[in-house]
Ligand binder design. Structure first.
Ligand code: SF4
Length: 722
């Protein structure tokens, strides 16, 4: 923290934490919402101990515990430099914009805060200038969008594109006015001093508390794997909220990827820079056309596949793909990248853009060569096929080794190179903005690694989420994250689930594999939604079920209620509309039908949501290459892939889905799970035990009575639905 003194100087941390959370402590005076909660105090004490002992701590804190304050208060009181990482930008913004400033002010602390997002969140002044002179930017919509960005660029200080109201996150203008690690010119850039990415980075370097997200964190770790920079060694406390997403996010970034989109982007950037800065010196059209054609032929080589198909790839070509056609297409990509390398090398010295373009072409050649060989052991390889695009991917099965080596400082016995040096992959929009080693104030701790010495991690690592597992050791989270030796704390939700919520498993439904199952679920949901005037969220396990259930509900309820289906609008607008429901009397009540990404992160407190319907038990899809590889590894270890992987995955996902129902102490509602395996199969008991302790409704009559109770009064009157 800064050298200014804090009002808590001299008070032992555990004492300061206990004082803060006491019934008449300063938190009670600072915020009206505060009330004393034993779970919150227990978690805060555990976090304080972890900070003092530097032992890793994993805390599962049920909904309503108030876990954000439980880790923020001890972290801020400790006076240590801290990193806080979240899974979503929403929580990142909430912490930086609301929770931390409120606490810092209430505590009178001299802490400096910073928010750091990925590169794709910040305007790149250089790329904006390139776009302005881009002959290919003929489209009127794109020109209008660019003009809007340019007008805003004169007034913004942070250059965070989130400031541009109404700009769709998927807008095609964004890649043209933001940078990636590959195309950023770094200190060769004429805008280097005014650069928004650098400004955000400098602020982070000077701050006491930095809020980032997991994508950024792993992108940085991945780059460090290549011997560049890392953030962790310079902080003393690192908190990972929404930690249940850590493994899947890390896996995305710690592997390797080559996509047709990247090839097309290179073709576009080569042509734009070539024509602007070295027209006539190289045949830029030929170079771009060859990259473009190679990208398209790579996609065509996999033939017609279901959209979003993932093709297993264990040999030299992916399953169900003609090996000869695949090898020819990859060879064409290799040749096109090679041609680009040759041409760019001849003009490299004319402009920094050409240096970066050459590096990109070289990196793609290297990726291509890697994918022309067999997969690395311990890694899984597959191909993702979209309607237009294709991505070649290779990833570790989990992040355990990386966490142990890079965060816990544990060296794998006898092998310093257990994990191959990989390149960061994943969404470009979370590329790390701190890869420049020259900015070494922030990266001071990195020198040991740069010199080949493993860092001894002196950082308290705290991982937390509402859902981290279904057993006492939270194995679902700790095993893949390499945290089996961490201290574990489970804090129960303070909600009275038996009184606030009821669970109903309809026995009359067809088996989940039956083709009529989705329609039957839709009828159950329609009946409930009619009674409740909407207020119903249907969570499906597949996109096919999403479409069927959405169609049946629209037909059955379309005239009375508004049926919102995932994909009709952005997640944020769908949830916003659902929250409003018929509250203002002007609009109809809502039913929302959604799949995977809505099983978590949907927070609709109050009586806008009273019924959650889950179509099936959310087992991981067995034909997913990553799932299959993880299952095989367990079987090879003599373990059961069903008991040790599929079942815990389903339990955690079910707990997350069920967690949408009760968000406050005054909420009331019913959870319907449309899968009779929950009551007919032996493993159902294990899954039921993972759910919050709701009352179980015995049959249709109980269910009708519970619905009736919900219709009698709003949740503010707290009726018991049964
Ligand atoms: S330094 Fe990189 S990100 Fe910043 S303006 Fe230049 S190219 Fe863009």
């Amino acid at each position: 923290m800064t050298t200014e003194s804090s009002p808590f100087d001299g008070i032992p941390l555990e004492q300061a934490v206990a004082d803060a959370f006491a019934a008449d402590g300063w938190l009670a005076h600072a915020t009206q919402q505060f009330h004393e909660r034993s779970g919150q105090q227990a978690m805060a004490r555990a976090v304080a101990r972890a900070i003092l002992s530097r032992r890793p701590l994993v805390v599962e804190a049920g909904t309503g515990v108030g876990k954000t304050f439980s880790y923020l208060v001890p972290t801020l009181l400790s006076g240590e430099r801290a990193l806080i990482s979240t899974a979503t930008k929403t929580l990142q913004d909430q912490l930086y914009g609301r929770d931390i400033p409120m606490l810092v002010e209430a505590m009178g602390l001299p802490a400096r805060l910073a928010l750091l997002k990925g590169r794709a969140s910040y305007l790149c002044l250089h790329r904006m200038e390139l776009a302005r002179h881009d002959d290919a930017l003929q489209d009127a919509f794109m020109q209008r969008a660019l003009a809007r960005v340019e007008r805003w660029s004169h007034s913004t200080r942070r250059g965070d594109l989130a400031e541009l109201e109404g700009l769709d996150e998927r807008s095609p203008i964004i890649p043209l006015v933001t940078s990636t690690r590959e195309n950023c010119l770094g200190s060769d850039c004429e805008h280097y001093k005014a650069c928004h990415v650098n400004l955000a980075r400098r602020e982070a370097m000077a701050a006491d508390v930095v809020v980032i997200n997991h994508h950024l964190f792993f992108a940085d770790l991945a780059v460090r794997e290549s011997g560049v920079a890392e953030l962790l060694p310079s902080v003393s406390v690192a908190v990972f909220d929404e930690a249940h997403q850590l493994n899947e996010t890390g896996v995305q970034f710690l592997g390797r990827q080559l996509g047709s989109r990247q090839l097309l982007d290179l073709a576009h950037d080569v042509l734009a820079a070539g024509l602007q800065r070295a027209r006539g010196l190289v045949d830029w059209q030929l170079m771009a056309a060859s990259l473009d054609r190679a990208a398209r032929e790579l996609r065509l080589a996999v033939g017609r596949q279901y959209p979003d198909a993932k093709l297993r790839w264990q040999g030299t070509s992916p399953d169900d793909v003609d090996a000869q056609a695949w090898e020819t297409a990859l060879a064409a990509v290799h040749a096109a990248c090679g041609l680009a390398e040759e041409g760019l090398a001849t003009v490299e010295e004319m402009a920094p853009d050409f240096v970066k373009l050459l590096e990109r072409a070289q990196q793609m050649t290297a990726h291509c060569e890697h994918f022309m060989g067999l997969p690395s052991p311990e890694y899984v390889r597959w191909v993702e096929v979209g309607s237009q695009q294709i991505r070649l991917k290779e990833a570790p099965l989990d992040i355990a080794e990386t966490v142990k080596r890079r965060m816990l400082g544990v060296q794998p016995a006898g092998d310093a190179s257990a994990a191959p040096a990989n390149d960061a992959v994943g969404d470009d929009d979370f590329d790390p903005p701190w890869q420049d080693e020259a900015e070494s104030a922030w990266l001071a701790g990195d020198r040991q690694a740069a010199e080949g010495v493993q860092p001894h991690v002196q950082c308290a690592l705290i991982f937390t989420s509402a859902t981290l597992g279904a057993d006492a050791r939270l194995s679902w989270f700790t095993e893949p994250c390499g945290l089996q030796d961490a201290d574990i704390l489970q804090v129960e939700s303070p909600f009275d689930y038996a009184r606030q919520a009821a669970l109903y498993v309809p026995r009359h439904l067809p088996r989940p594999q039956d083709p009529s199952h989705s329609a039957a679920i839709a009828h159950v949901a329609a009946e409930g939604a009619r009674r409740l005037q909407g207020r119903t969220l249907v969570l499906t396990t597949t996109l096919r079920a999403l479409r069927t259930i959405g169609d049946v509900l629209a037909q059955a309820l379309g005239e009375q209620l508004e049926v919102l289906v995932q994909g009709q609008a952005s997640k944020r607008s769908l949830i916003e509309r659902f929250r409003q429901g018929d509250q203002d009397g002007q609009q109809r009540g809502c039913v929302l039908v959604a799949s995977t990404s809505f099983w978590e992160g949907v927070d609709v407190p109050g009586d806008a949501l009273q019924l959650v319907v889950i179509d099936k038990l959310p087992f991981p899809p067995p034909n997913d290459p990553l799932v299959e590889a993880r299952s095989k590894r367990l079987e090879a270890q003599g373990r059961s892939s069903f008991a040790d992987y599929s079942l815990p995955e389903a339990a955690v996902a079910l707990k997350q889905g069920a967690g949408r129902l009760i968000r406050r102490e005054t909420d009331r509602g019913i959870l319907v799970i449309g899968d009779t395996r929950l009551v007919n199969m032996g493993y159902g008991r294990r899954l039921l035990a993972s759910l919050p302790p709701m009352r179980v409704l015995g049959g249709p009559a109980d269910y009708q009575a519970a619905l009736e109770a919900l219709t009698r009064a709003s949740t503010t009157d707290c009726p018991d639905p049964g």
